[in-house]
Design a protein around this ligand. Structure first.
Ligand code: KIV
Ligand code: ZN
Length: 508
């Protein structure tokens, strides 16, 4: 029977220790809500003694969470534990997490305490925490660089004192999986009472081994893993939650465990953390990176289109990414190109497809990634050649800070001259509204961007607009030294494409 691995998320505590990742109270609460939606077992909400803000954040989160346990971190000092309890006591499922370092390096240089003093301090802290809360976790900081006999002796005593979870941190990310495996086995064998508590691990990623070390610990009896979204955390970060969860799910043949995480919320959670902390996710980041499900080479794209299993070990949908993205570029083959043209809604003859593919290859030699808009442009402008139903003949705009912006537009529509005038919130808005009125079109403006293509005040402005109608989008472009004229040209260009698309596509 598959055993449960509890996910202890420390994004709000260890994650916040990433340089530059400070979050305010409202942001922390928003993250906690998302973590609960993801269904993590424990949310480590903060370190209440460290600041008033942390205290308030932990308190707010504790009051709000309905399913997840809320943990507050405390050193073994009694005032730390007292403060942690004050913050977390209103939680439905509170936990106090107390820690002290056990390695000789930390004892000698940081704590200036003997092993016996550390042992006494740990036991006293757990006993005190236990008087406040039944759910007490104890962590032996820098465990992996500690003397194993001393560590085992200390762990035995804190279990006797009432700890319910025993956490083994690889604080400086120093362990190697085979070594960590033996370390966990020794603890399992030598610590009396270990079977009565939850054994947990907390691995840092200094050598890029945090996830590997966490998994080997799970295979050797750890039933709680401490981790963070996107692997953020002190220095090189912590074990990444999404990688652990998806490794357990994807390799269930070897890892016969399960977590309570709902994986389809992983992607949204990852983006939320990135947005709030400002920590960009590397594109090749496992599970949630922009390229995690993107296939670039022709051979891979061909394989994926024939059968996803060829190059995908999990589906993007399972982690909440809408679909596999095939990034077309110079290595892409005909198969991927044909599929993309079809997805964009065009039905081309073999000769038209061949011509479009040739143009695509020429463009790909100059431009690394080819987007849907580029393909659309090739198909519509160079292969199908959009007929210009709408033409701009004349445009006059009156604008300024003392007048209502007004546009007078003259156009040729199906060979007939037509004129209209209209107002708007600015000169571009007045122009677009008037064009819409003359052409009697219904497209919605989704995007508007201006770029200077030459420098100086006399620069050529290039305008790009994106229009949408009945789920179909088109891009229009226009250039002129007058940005209002360039905008009108871009808008009309997009309208012509939309008209053409309506005739070419089924169901529009
Ligand atoms: O890395 C570490 O040792 C920690 C402890 C406080 C658990 O973060
Ligand atoms: Zn840590």
């Amino acid at each position: 029977m598959s055993e449960l691995i509890k996910i202890f998320d420390t994004t709000l505590r260890d994650g916040e220790q990433s340089p530059g990742a400070t979050m305010n109270i409202a942001e922390k609460v928003r993250i906690a809500e998302q973590l609960e939606k993801l269904n993590v077992d424990v949310i480590e909400a903060g370190f209440p003694i460290s600041s008033e803000g942390d205290f308030e954040a932990v308190k707010e989160i504790a009051k709000k969470m309905k399913r997840s346990q809320v943990a507050a971190l405390a050193r073994t000092h009694l005032q730390d534990i007292k403060r942690a309890w004050e913050a977390v006591r209103f939680a439905k499922y509170p936990r106090i997490h107390t820690f002290i370092a056990t390695s000789d390096i930390h004892l000698k240089y940081k704590l200036h305490l003997s092993r016996q003093q550390v042992l006494k301090e740990a036991v006293r802290a757990v006993r005190y925490a236990k008087r406040c809360c039944d759910n007490v976790e104890f962590s032996a900081e820098d465990a992996t660089r500690s003397d194993i006999d001393f560590l085992c002796q200390l762990l035995e005593k804190v279990i006797e004192a009432g700890a319910t979870t025993i956490n083994i941190p690889d604080t400086v990310g120093y362990a190697i999986p085979s070594e960590f495996e033996k370390f966990i086995q020794t603890i399992q064998r030598n610590v009396r009472g270990i079977e009565k508590v939850t054994l947990s691990v907390h691995c840092h990623n200094d050598l890029g081994l945090a996830v590997a070390n966490s998994l080997i610990a799970v295979q050797n009896g750890a039933r709680q893993v401490e981790c963070t979204i996107n692997g953020i955390g002190e220095r090189a970060g912590n074990a990444s939650l999404e990688e652990i969860v998806m490794a357990i799910r994807t390799r269930n043949d070897l890892l016969q465990f399960h977590t309570r995480i709902i994986p389809k919320h992983l992607f949204a959670t990852s983006r939320l953390i990135s947005k709030i902390t400002g920590m960009v996710i590397q594109p090749n980041k496992a599970v949630v990176g922009a390229n995690a499900f993107a296939h670039q080479s022709g051979i891979h794209q061909d394989g994926i289109l024939k059968e996803k299993l060829t190059y995908e070990i999990m589906t993007p949908e399972s982690v909440g990414i809408p679909k596999t993205s095939i990034v077309l570029g110079k290595l892409s083959g005909r198969h991927a190109f044909r599929e993309r043209v079809k997805d964009l809604g065009y039905r081309l003859s073999e000769a038209e497809l061949e011509l479009a593919f040739k143009r695509f290859k020429q463009l790909a030699d100059k431009k690394r990634d080819i987007y849907d808009e580029d393909i659309e442009s090739i198909v519509v402008e160079e292969v199908l050649r959009v007929p210009r139903r709408f033409k701009l003949i004349y445009l006059n705009v009156v604008a300024g800070n003392v007048t209502v912006p007004t546009a007078t537009v003259q156009m040729e529509i199906d060979g007939q001259l037509m004129q209209e005038a209209g107002f708007g919130d600015g000169p571009v808005d007045a122009t677009f509204k008037t064009i819409k009125k003359i052409t009697r079109t219904k497209s919605k403006l989704l995007q508007f961007a201006i770029n200077a293509i030459t420098s100086g005040t006399e620069a050529q402005g290039e305008v790009t607009v994106k229009l949408e109608e009945k789920g179909q989008t088109v891009i229009g472009q226009g250039a002129d030294t007058d940005v209002i004229v360039a905008s009108a040209k871009a808008y009309i260009n997009a309208l012509n494409k939309m008209e053409f698309k309506k005739q070419k596509l089924v169901g529009m």
